[in-house]
Design a protein around this ligand. Sequence first.
Ligand SMILES: [Zn+2]
Length: 296
Amino acid sequence: MTAPDSQNFDLIRLAEISRQLGQNKAFVQGGGGNTSVKDSNGKMWIKASGVELANVQAQDGFVCVDYTSICQKLATCKNESEYTNLIVSSIQSNGKEIKPLRPSIETGFHALLGLSVLHSHSVIANLLTCSHEGATIYSNLLPEAIWVDYASPGLPVTHSVMHNIQPERSHEQAAIFLLQNHGIIVAAATPDAAWQAHEDANKKIRDHFNLDKIDLALPPMMLADKEHLLFPDQAVYLSSNDLRTSKAGHETQQAYNYLRCTMDSLGLHPHYLPPDEADFLLNMEAEKYRQKVTKA
Ligand SMILES: [Zn+2]
């Protein structure tokens, strides 16, 4: 979609940073991760659901939403369908869209946070978020970060992030969130500052564990299954043969394998989600939409 001139620079820069983030498979696998930038007039450009960060363009792959109206109504949003309606109804159409896109399922927490927000499924950050020891290690290593206990994607994780911030100041604050069994969020004043904060946080974790090279194809390959659920995309992308053999499925399996093998060698113990969380994730309407877009 076409952005107003005043916003073009930040959106173009965000698109460049999004591709940089998405092309690094240690940070983003398949259609995972999402990025956004806000202007001072209540508008936010957020990555569209099902679009890969690695390929996103300023003119194709972002959706413009009214983030102030999302922020105002999130607290009273009670279920997934109300949340989806809120996000879809906040789309700012300029009549020039080439194809209809739906904002990312994580639009809620993007709306609440700073001017530019990056969310990744970094396997480096997930060594902490997916292990029993992670909550203790992070408090010394990244004391500025906020730990958010696991909540399902969409409205639940948005509400969890909301309860961990001061909403009246949230758009000015730089912030780092570690989402248990999910990933990392960074918020900053510009896309470049958010990228730097994401780099710095990942580097601190890498240095702590002495990880110099991130090799996602570590042997032996541990196959991801529902009984050992480490993160939501594992349930989504490995749920059917079609998705499992897709590029996104392959990348998701590699991330899972990296986490299991590396935790093993570092003496960390995986923190698994209950198997019924996999059933819940597969029944979410927003995830069905994403699976449909991925298969298309
Ligand atoms: Zn995510």
